[in-house]
Design a protein around this ligand. Structure first.
Ligand code: NAD
Ligand code: USQ
Length: 387
């Protein structure tokens, strides 16, 4: 297959590009290095040093003999994107290229507008490019479990069969997300479903849970192939942060009571899910949704697994929750689509010991401890309104 990976310089896009290239696909990467720019804006850096994209692809070629073509530019630039899709002629486009931090989207108006403009307009441009160049192209889009929020009913895979006043229908699952970032994914999902229904495009929306981990069999082949690993309170995700806090002897920062439950997934399973979804495309006109997670756990339970697995003392602190989210709720997610395609999940406790603690130990001197503390408050807009 010819696969174009949008956002292929990022945390998940880079190891996915390598995984697909290793599986024999012809891979191209599109990225505008927006994520590297956020590091400068926030004054932080990846825990694990990362090479520039051209060095990464050169090393991959040296190690495997396989080439990955790169296209540097912005999805918000419709002409650029159309030109890339025309030139590369992909069978599949995997779309990771979005601003993906919930706290970043909640900093202020400018960051909320940037997030939704970058994400929604980029995806809309992509839908038009696919429709114009070749509607057969299969779009594999990274959505997020946070689109659903925490409803008091089971979370189905994207669609819900309902009965109302004696009539039945199948509707998109109702969404109640928790940040302007998560909302941007909801808007994307609606736009993609519309393009499938009206133009006959084919798409798989992967509602992925929180990812943890840093290594895949491909990135381990050379240190210069490493993917980024974020730990700061804006871009660091919960488990990656807890691991770093444990190794440094800092308390694990459980927000609120820690009862909030989330789907989680190992980075090695993420890249495999993408391969599975790409190799068994949706039908023409189909908007297919998979929930992409392997375990569900409350934040408190995540802290406990990290503390119990770490070979040393670990303190857990309940800090005031900077977010507005339910911390005591029902959570039961259906995820049968990806296992039915053959996914064999990794487990959190195994990855902590075999990979995560050692990686963090090696790079612990690069941690800026001040960046661990949460600064972005969800309630800020409300207090500003009150004056
Ligand atoms: P990341 O920020 O590390 O990677 C995103 C990449 O896309 C970056 O390299 C960035 O420069 C690029 N990009 C962003 N906007 C672009 C634009 N307009 N044009 C070109 N390139 C652009 O993020 P990640 O953690 O790798 O996440 C990838 C995707 O997976 C995101 O869509 C995210 O919402 C989704 N996701 C991530 C997680 C997670 O835990 N990391 C969980 C669920 C879903
Ligand atoms: N949390 C803590 N302590 C911390 C950090 C986070 O208790 O130090 C809590 C948060 O309050 C939240 C949960 O952990 O309840 C998850 O937070 P997170 O920052 O790990 O995840 P989130 O903001 O939801 O975003 C991340 C990725 C995003 C992706 C999403 C998947 O940044 O790109 O879409 O995970 S999901 O959560 O399923 O929507």
């Amino acid at each position: 297959m010819r696969v174009l990976v949008l956002g292929g310089d990022g945390y998940l896009g880079w190891p996915t590009a390598l995984h697909l290239s290793d599986a024999g696909d012809q891979v191209g990467i599109v990225d505008n290095f927006l994520r590297r720019g956020y590091d400068e804006e926030m004054g932080v850096q990846s825990l694990v040093p990362i090479e520039p994209l051209e060095v990464r692809t050169d090393v991959w070629h040296a190690v495997t003999g396989r080439r990955i073509e790169t296209f540097v530019g912005d999805l918000v630039d419709a002409e650029f994107l159309l030109d890339v899709v025309r030139r590369f002629r992909p069978d599949t486009i995997v779309h990771f290229a979005e601003q993906r931090s919930a706290p970043y989207s909640m900093i202020d108006r400018a960051h909320a507008v940037h997030t939704q403009h970058n994400n929604v307009v980029g995806t809309l441009n992509l839908l038009y490019a696919i429709a114009e160049v070749d509607p057969q192209i299969h779009l594999v889009k990274l959505g997020t479990m946070g689109e659903y929020g925490t409803p008091n009913i089971d979370i189905e895979e994207g669609w819900l069969d309902i009965e109302h006043k004696g009539r039945r229908d199948r509707v998109l699952f109702p969404k109640r997300p928790g940040s302007f970032y998560h909302l941007s994914k909801v808007h994307d999902s609606h736009n993609i479903e519309f393009a499938c229904r009206v133009w006959g495009l084919r798409a798989t929306d992967l509602n992925q849970g929180v990812v943890y981990g840093q290594q895949t069999p491909q990135t381990e082949r050379d240190p210069r192939l490493a993917t980024r690993f974020d730990y700061d309170a804006v871009f660091g995700t919960v488990l990656n942060r807890f691991v770093i806090q444990a190794v440094l002897g800092e308390p694990l920062t459980v927000y609120g009571s820690g009862g909030q439950t989330r789907g989680i997934i190992d980075i090695q399973d993420t890249v495999e899910c993408i391969r599975l979804a790409a190799e068994t495309p949706a039908e023409r006109g189909e908007f297919r949704v998979f929930n992409q997670l392997t375990e569900s756990m409350s934040v408190e339970e995540m802290a406990k697994v990290v503390a119990d697995t770490f070979p040393g003392p670990v303190e857990v602190h309940n800090v005031e929750n900077p977010r507005v989210e339910a911390d005591s709720h029902y959570y039961n997610v259906v995820f049968t689509g990806l296992p039915s395609l053959g996914l064999q999940p990794h487990l959190l406790s195994d990855t902590l010991i075999s990979s995560l603690f050692p990686v963090v130990e090696r790079h612990r001197d690069r941690v800026d401890r001040a960046a661990l503390l949460p600064t972005v408050q969800w309630r800020r807009a409300e207090s500003a309104l009150r004056g």
